[in-house]
Design a binder for this molecule. Structure first.
Ligand code: NAD
Length: 370
């Protein structure tokens, strides 16, 4: 038995964001706070959307850091409360969208961000509109927000049906300005979502079809966007892939590559997508052993076998100038490998992975990458 539940309305394509005014009318919202980044503000995009919606955006904030913090959420929630906001718009990468989701819930639940990220049953949120400017996280179609509490040294994920955006406007032209390394990291994050969905313990025919399509689009378009960031057709392919991979992992959860990423992000500040890509090539091989039908999917997207697919992933990492050894990530002491294996083993995403390789297998995986 399987289910598929995805409540976000999705509008995709160049010019998608031009629908913002009519969609806000359809949602019945009139006072939105828009969260974004300084890079988007410099390009004038939040200001254009404010003009387009004729007064429905009552405040704009660009105070969201990459890997957003509880302080970022509290700041945005205060702005929303002061303005009596009835909607939160996130125009940015996964960091801005996650901050918008958490802000919408903090306001509706009347909680501080530190309380929100520790609450198990978040039930309410203001309507959320997500407008991604990276092609990677798929956060515009998921029910999770990842927020850091730096004083406690924690990166916490809040899961709730209330965090599904009401509307996702995916306009690939907004991703044209993403720098090369971020393009590589986010593109491989989308691939990690698709491959983790395929190798999760809860795949369904729908998530498998979505994940395979996302892989196909990434294999077709990632190299082209790394060579020419202004190639809008390839950018559109990557934006589609990212959202479609999000539609897959929103149901299955993520698995091995994500389990191995968190210590790299938390302790060594490696960006999320780069950290997921770090072991992704090896999971492609390990999971094909455990679930041989994955080989048919790898072949359908153009790879003779798992080794060829892994080699392609490594080539994309090199092209995007991503780190591929623990030493490059700042791990100088071999003794830390044990902590990486232990952290991954205890992570829920590892339990969701089809191949269970145990502490020894995880240790070997990180040791190969020292
Ligand atoms: P990001 O949002 O942190 O952005 C990375 C950098 O790129 C930032 O400096 C940002 O300002 C900049 N940037 C974004 N768009 C740009 C553009 N169009 N032009 C120029 N610069 C731009 O990166 P991300 O990978 O999109 O998001 C990562 C965050 O998302 C992490 O916190 C991760 O944990 C979270 N995440 C959430 C989900 C989910 O479903 N909620 C899934 C995966 C990851």
């Amino acid at each position: 038995m399987w289910t598929y539940h995805e409540p976000a309305k999705l509008i995709f394509g160049v010019g998608a964001a031009e629908n913002l005014n009519s969609e806000m009318e359809a949602l019945g919202v009139t006072k939105a706070v828009l969260l974004s980044s300084k890079s988007m503000f410099r390009q004038g995009i939040p200001q254009q959307l404010a003009e387009l919606t004729g007064g429905k955006i009552v405040a704009i904030s660009t105070e969201v850091e990459p890997d957003p913090t509880v302080e970022n959420v509290d700041h945005a929630a205060a702005l929303a409360r002061q303005n009596g906001a009835d909607c939160v718009i996130g125009l940015g990468g996964g960091s801005v969208i996650d901050c918008a989701k958490a802000t919408a819930a903090a306001v509706a639940e009347n909680l501080t961000a530190a309380e929100l990220v520790r609450k198990k049953d978040v039930k309410a949120a203001l309507p959320i509109i997500a407008i991604p400017t990276t092609a990677g996280t798929g956060s515009e179609v998921t029910r999770v927000a990842v927020i850091s509490d730096k004083s406690a040294g924690l990166k916490l994920a809040v899961y709730s049906q209330a965090l599904f955006p009401k509307l996702a406007l995916v306009d690939p032209q907004y991703t044209a300005s993403v720098p090369k390394r971020t393009t590589a990291a986010t593109g491989l994050d989308a691939l990690a979502h698709a491959l983790d969905a395929l190798s999760s313990r809860k795949p369904s025919p729908v998530t498998n079809a979505l994940a395979q399509k996302a892989c196909e689009l990434i294999v077709k378009n990632l190299e082209a966007v790394l060579e020419d960031g202004n190639n809008l057709d390839a950018r559109a392919g990557m934006s589609q892939a990212s959202t479609i991979a999000g539609l897959a992992f929103s149901q299955t959860g993520t698995a091995g590559s994500h389990a191995c990423s968190y210590r790299l992000s938390i302790e060594h500040h490696i960006p999320h997508g780069e950290a997921c890509a770090f072991t992704l090539d090896r999971w492609v091989e390990i999971n094909a052993e455990a679930r041989p039908e994955l080989r048919q999917i790898y072949q359908a997207i153009g790879f003779e076998n798992e080794a060829a697919f892994a080699a392609w992933i490594n080539r994309m990492k090199a092209k995007g100038e991503l780190r591929t050894t623990l030493r490059e990530c700042g791990v100088t002491d071999r003794a830390e490998i044990a902590a990486f294996a232990d952290h991954a083993l205890k992570n829920n995403n590892y339990a969701n992975n089809v191949a269970q390789i145990g502490y020894e297998g995880l240790y070997k995986l990180f040791e190969e990458k020292f």
